[in-house]
Design a protein around this ligand. Structure first.
Ligand code: BTN
Length: 276
């Protein structure tokens, strides 16, 4: 029987990316690391050294990949898209989740353009496919004197990942390879995502709110959920999300409680939380 070729024949290349990208802001500066601890702190260093917004740090492999809430992010070398984007949006710190919304939307749109599959989003920052975690977004802020100086958005996407290589994880993960049955060009996917990011970020700069588009992709709404925050666990119906990305939870006492940071669990089971 013929073997399925599971290799990605179109490797990531900084030179090819610069030649191919037709963007105004995203990709003004591009770094591609064979191995790095984590792309997020590298992008933070660039930010502090005055790098232009739109700078992108890519890695084939991370030795200390970070997930949300102090978790680790695992990805075998050259299996995934691992990147951090530096932006300097004219927003208040409380509005920074809008940048994450823009990035999540761009990932959904880029994946759809290249694979024909449309991921959904799990509040606040997970990318889901077939109910399992395909990727995640880790946003870190640079704030000085209550002003937002810069935002680093770390994005991890399981592309050509064989799922059995991951360490045991809290809940199911998937990859594009797993869902499609064949590998996807990480380069084409990267270009598609960065181009969508550029379009969406320019819209944000011109005053557009990503809230409605982001909300339409959310898999979480209408569900009875348990949300773990740093201080407590709150149960209720995930009724809506507000413009700044807070989840509006209708608790049993009838109150509508906004939650900005947390992890959603459905009926005691984490929904699509995977690596980390
Ligand atoms: C999560 O779902 O917990 C967020 C995961 C974010 C992972 C990406 S991979 C590229 C960037 N560098 C990191 O160390 N983390 C983010």
């Amino acid at each position: 029987m013929a073997q399925i070729d599971r290799r990605d024949h179109n490797p990531l290349s900084r030179v090819a990316l610069r030649a191919r990208l037709q963007t105004a802001i995203v990709g003004r500066h591009v770094e591609l690391h064979e191995e790095i601890a984590s792309t997020n702190p590298r992008a933070m260093v660039l930010a502090e050294r005055g790098a232009p917004e739109g700078a992108v740090v890519l890695a084939e492999s991370q030795t200390a990949g970070r997930g949300r809430l102090g978790r680790r992010w695992f990805a075998p070398p050259s299996s995934s898209l691992l990147m951090s984007l530096l932006l300097r949006p004219p927003l208040e710190p409380a509005q920074a989740q809008r940048v994450t919304m823009v990035c999540s939307l761009a990932i959904v749109e880029g994946v759809a353009a290249v694979s024909g599959l449309t991921p959904r989003l799990k509040w606040p920052n997970d990318i889901l496919l077939a109910g399992k975690k395909l990727g995640g977004v880790l946003t870190e802020l640079g704030v000085a004197r209550h002003r937002l100086q810069h935002v680093v958005v770390g994005m991890g996407l399981n592309v050509n990942l064989e799922m059995d290589v991951l360490p045991p994880v809290a809940s199911p993960a998937t990859s594009l390879l797993r869902e499609l049955g064949y590998p996807v060009s990480r380069f084409d996917l990267l270009v598609a995502i960065l181009e969508r990011l550029d379009v969406r970020y320019m819209q944000l700069l011109s005053g557009w709110s990503p809230h409605t588009a982001w909300r339409e992709h959310l898999a979480t709404l209408g569900q009875t959920v348990r949300v773990g925050t740093r201080h407590e666990v709150i149960e209720g119906v995930a009724e809506d999300v507000d413009a700044n990305g807070s989840l509006l939870l209708r608790t049993t006492d009838g109150l509508l409680r906004p939650v900005l940071v947390g992890d959603v669990t459905l009926r005691g089971r984490p929904v699509g939380m995977a690596t980390g």
